[in-house]
Design a protein around this ligand. Structure first.
Ligand code: HCA
Length: 368
């Protein structure tokens, strides 16, 4: 990729070319405690997601409230280029609420993990299978694209998961989701689970992964699952979501692009603007260290780094900030060297010779 150094030790993954990333900022992202986007903010975020070139968004969870439903309806009615879906439990009233919104599709979710069967679903395994099949058939009969998510899939016996997926697949689900609901999967574990499930599904059924970041592994897990044979990964802007959040859209997109050379049809220059928009509307400040979009990602202070960056930025950057429409910054501080002082002076349209740079550096390092 121009503006990035090739990472020759990562395998070439031609089989990933047809994969899809979809965005769930307006649904799972907004489930971050304390976040409430206004309808206007949701419309604005959806508009920028379209500018990014996202092929699908999960626009909300219509049964949650009147406002939520109204926002999903409005976004759907705007006729964006992306496919719209909305979340629903395996309950008729939830499905009806989605149907009312006019989305292209629905994401039905239910859990058969022992913990969830007992403490959340309050149903037997067989009952959940039955209700899931009925829900899929009902949604399908209303012309929706149907995705079915097994919540807490990573704490569910693979045999039970496979049985559930096969039942909903037979009932008409076009996509099944592996939800790592509490973020306990590891990349190796996820890859092996995906391979197992992929091998049991009809090749036409899409496999999607939805990862949480409780151990900081959501992006790595999503990538490893795609490597293992998943077709679709869900993500949120800034990785926002419940607890430690979800797979971050910008990390996933840039990771696939730069590390694996997968050219998804995204307008990458939109990513950082989108991140700032969501940061502002969510009222959640992103860390300066946040990969891809954090303030420090293209700021350099250390003298050794700055000297090399001034010669060739890729010495200490994995890709150029210009790809994201950003600019690199040189920061003066206790780690700076003379080169940084001279570069900073140039940036200010001033000039200093080596001797003056040394004097300025002395002041920067040891105070005025
Ligand atoms: C939730 C449900 C879900 C569903 C994921 C999916 C999860 O707990 O809110 O759409 O596949 O994380 O299990 O977001």
């Amino acid at each position: 990729m121009p503006g990035a150094v090739s990472t020759s030790f990562n395998p070439k993954l031609d089989h990933l070319e047809g994969l899809t990333v979809y965005d769930t900022t307006l649904r799972d992202g907004e489930q971050a405690p304390g976040v409430r986007f206004t309808q206007g903010q949701k419309v604005e975020i959806a508009g920028m997601l379209e500018e990014l070139g996202i092929p699908e968004i999960e626009a909300g969870f219509p049964i949650v409230s009147r406002d939520e439903k109204s926002a999903v309806k409005e976004i759907t009615g705007l006729g964006h280029c992306f496919r719209t879906t909305a979340l629903s439990r395996i309950k008729k009233e939830d499905i009806d609420a989605v149907i009312d919104c006019g989305t292209d599709g629905i994401i039905l979710f239910a859990s058969v993990s022992p913990l969830h069967l007992k403490h959340k679903m309050h149903r037997t395994y067989e009952e959940v299978l039955e209700l899931s099949v009925e829900a899929v058939e009902y949604a399908k009969a209303h012309g929706l694209f149907v995705a079915f998510s097994a919540e807490d899939a990573t704490r569910t016996a693979p045999a039970s998961l496979i049985e559930l997926y096969k039942r909903v697949e037979d009932a008409g689900a076009s996509r099944v989701h592996i939800a790592d609901t509490v973020g306990v999967a590891t990349p190796r574990g996820m890859e092996s689970l995906v391979r197992k499930i992929r091998g049991s599904l009809d090749p036409k059924t899409q496999l999607c992964v939805h990862c949480h970041n409780d151990f900081g592994l959501a992006t790595a897990n999503a990538i490893q699952e795609l490597i293992g044979g998943a077709d679709v990964a869900a993500a949120t802007v800034n990785g926002m979501g419940e607890r430690a959040g979800n797979t971050s859209l910008e990390e996933l997109v840039m990771g696939l692009r730069v590390l694996y050379d997968i050219d998804l049809p995204f307008n990458l220059a939109v990513l950082s603007r989108l991140s700032r928009l969501v940061e502002r509307h969510a009222g959640i400040k992103i860390s300066p260290h946040k990969p891809i979009v954090g303030d420090n990602v293209f700021r350099h202070e250390s003298g050794i780094h700055v000297a090399a960056v001034l010669e060739n930025p890729l010495s200490y950057e994995p890709f150029s900030p210009e790809i994201l429409g950003l600019k690199r910054k040189i920061v003066l501080g206790k780690h700076s060297g003379r080169q940084a002082v001279r570069a900073k002076m140039e940036e200010l349209d001033a000039f200093c010779n080596i001797g003056e740079a040394e004097q300025i550096l002395e002041l920067v390092k040891n105070g005025l």
